[in-house]
Design a protein around this ligand. Structure first.
Ligand code: HEC
Length: 107
């Protein structure tokens, strides 16, 4: 019987890609961090956790409102966050109030 190398090769390729696909099953650990409650938390939940974990926000040291304004601006303009413009003031308010420097400590 004449062997047909092309068919054998194709079968081998299918087997190999099948094996690789089976090995690449990735199970990510469950997210355990949540954003702190507060006015606007749901909005932040919907807009800020699309791309990354709340850890990115939680692990920042308490920062002034200006920082949070700049963060939201950067997420929208540099990283392409689909956050609607009209939600920005509420988000900044939430972030500054929840992860900001308390008003009393401001100079
Ligand atoms: C389109 C995806 C996307 C969305 C939506 C998004 N981010 Fe980010 N964010 C990023 C990327 C990318 C980084 C940088 C990751 C890195 O450097 O490893 C980042 C990093 C951060 C950091 C860490 C500090 C920094 O500047 O790198 C903070 C804080 C942060 N994001 C806050 C927010 C907040 C608040 C929102 C909601 C308004 C938000 N992100 C929504 C993509 C996004």
């Amino acid at each position: 019987m004449k062997t047909r190398p092309a068919i054998l090769l194709a079968a081998l390729a299918l087997l190999v890609t099948g094996a690789i696909a089976a090995e690449l099953k990735i199970t990510l650990p469950a997210e355990t961090t949540v954003l702190r409650p507060g006015k606007g938390a749901e909005l932040a939940q919907a807009n800020c956790l699309i791309c990354h974990s709340p850890d990115y926000i939680q692990t920042q040291p308490p920062m002034p409102r200006k920082f949070w304004e700049a963060e939201v601006k950067k997420m929208r303009e540099k990283y392409g966050a689909p956050t609607p413009e009209e939600t920005v003031p509420t988000l900044v308010e939430y972030l500054a109030a929840t992860y900001g420097i308390p008003d009393a400590k401001k100079p």
